[in-house]
Write a protein that binds this ligand. Structure first.
Ligand code: FAD
Length: 433
């Protein structure tokens, strides 16, 4: 399934070959073989991107058979991992070594290579995207060479490789700067939206990780705040949490989605019903067990990064647009915050950022709704998440990313014959211009 379409099911592909190497040498040989037969290669992690990044009608490489820890440097709190390792497996492996990832996103099923390749992020105003946790990596480039780069070795190439959409080559290993394992206390709470937005700076200041969901047409925000507690704090997670987070958010919400899909005029009522069915959740667990939620309902998503400084203005325009009831939607919008970085293709490049994500049920057409919101985000210097739906072009990227030429020049050096460029990437990045 994953090798023929993405998680959301909105993008499909039909590779002539699906390759599952299990060693770094094998990865290199497969790339060399494809180059010699003039084939194109794309890589897939777990296919959780909504855009056509993994799409190919030629060779598809998956590192599902190349997972696990390669080495640990306890003195630096760093771990080198095989690039196909899934985040949930990685969390367990690091925990057994007394370590953890500094931050994670909303799910933990993606591969580490896929995660960093699109600039995947969690939330926390002092925490960067997951790509910023990488300190070194190796990849097999479009000439079949095994390239090493890090914060000290080939640093400019390394920065480009931290978010590269799988366009430099096949990432084989990744060294992560981890932190000592830690416990988080999570509070998931129903609050008044206007109050939360007015206090947004304070909420971000007092919480390590802060985000909220807003249900359209309501004045409720579902805030999610996490903070570190001592290791001696007892774990807290019960059947009631399971009911709220798993059963309500998946099975009950799925019924709401179907109903709203069949009866579009009922979207507002469904959104309000969803808000009223929500109850607070409190949990204390090791960090790798707390960030992620299970997402069983298929949806389509667009997410834009905007400058954190513009957040309140953008949010005002977004809520006005959504509340105008032009789009018959009931899926929540999600708001997160991320520290700026210096990675050329990172949406958080050069600015502390807010991210606003909008979703629709997978069966539903998202075009009009996403187009209207995208226009708002774009008017505030928004940059889309690379793995989520958007309509940007190479000209837009040139305007959004001052270091786009640096990326393009390294990309050309690493892959002069465009082995890793698909028609989608060619169009997106304007490679042949
Ligand atoms: C339900 C859901 C929840 C999500 N939650 C979040 C979230 O909280 N925060 C967030 O920022 N994003 C989120 N995303 C988006 C998701 O994290 C990204 O799209 C991510 O890139 C998916 O990882 P993957 O392993 O599935 O990679 P894929 O989607 O399979 O691939 C992504 C990119 O990585 C490349 N790639 C994969 N493996 C390699 C390799 N070995 N070498 C080089 N390139 C490679 C691919 O070619 C492609 O360009 C979510 C998506 C879904 C569907």
């Amino acid at each position: 399934m994953r090798h023929s379409k993405n998680w959301a099911g909105n993008i499909s592909w039909n590779p002539t070959e699906i390759l599952l190497p299990s060693t770094e040498e094998e990865i290199q040989q497969l790339v060399l073989k494809a180059i010699n037969s003039h084939k194109k290669i794309r890589m897939i992690g777990t296919g959780h991107s909504f855009t056509a990044l993994c799409q190919t009608d030629d060779v598809l490489i998956s590192l599902d058979n190349y997972q696990g820890l390669l080495s640990i440097d306890k003195s630096k709190c760093q771990a080198t991992v095989k690039a196909g390792t899934k985040l949930n497996t990685l969390g367990e492996l690091l925990f057994t070594e007394g370590m953890a990832m500094e931050n994670l996103g909303d799910i933990d099923v993606q591969s580490i290579a896929g995660t960093i390749s699109t600039g995947t992020h969690g939330t926390g105003k002092e925490l960067g995207t997951i790509s910023t946790q990488v300190v070194a990596m190796q990849f097999v480039n479009g000439k079949g060479e095994l390239i090493e780069c890090s914060v000290t070795k080939n640093p400019e190439l390394f920065k480009v490789a931290q978010v590269s959409l799988g366009t430099l080559g096949v990432i084989t290993s990744i060294t992560l700067q981890c932190v000592p394992k830690y416990k988080l206390a999570l509070l998931y709470k129903k609050e008044i939206l206007d109050l939360v937005v007015n206090q947004i700076e304070d909420r971000n200041e007092i919480n390590r990780n802060f985000e909220y969901y807003w249900l359209p047409y309501t004045n409720y925000a579902f805030t999610k705040s996490s903070n570190i507690v001592t290791d001696s704090e007892p774990d807290k997670s019960n059947v009631f949490n399971y009911y709220s987070e798993y059963v309500l958010e998946n099975y009950v919400f799925k019924l709401f989605c179907e109903f709203a899909y069949l009866f579009p005029s009922k979207n507002e009522a469904i959104s309000k019903l969803t808000a009223s069915s929500f109850s607070d959740v409190k949990k204390v667990l090791q960090s790798h067990k707390i960030y992620a939620t299970k997402r069983l309902i298929k949806f389509k998503e667009m997410e834009y990064n905007i400058p954190a400084a513009a957040f309140k203005e953008v949010w005002r325009d977004v809520t006005k647009m959504v509340n105008s009831k032009q789009f018959n939607i009931h899926f929540p919008l999600e708001v997160r915050f991320v520290k700026g970085d210096a990675i050329p293709l990172s949406p958080a490049y050069g600015r502390d950022s807010a991210y606003i994500a909008c979703h629709v049920y997978a069966k539903k057409d998202s075009t009009k709704y996403f187009t209207a919101l995208e226009a708002i985000f774009r008017s505030y210097e928004g940059r889309p998440h690379w793995g989520k739906l958007n309509t940007i072009t190479a000209d837009d990227i040139s305007e959004m990313y001052p270091e786009f030429p640096t990326y393009l020049s390294h990309r050309k050096d690493q892959d002069p014959n465009q082995v890793f460029i698909s028609p989608y990437l060619n169009q997106l990045l304007g490679i042949q211009k």
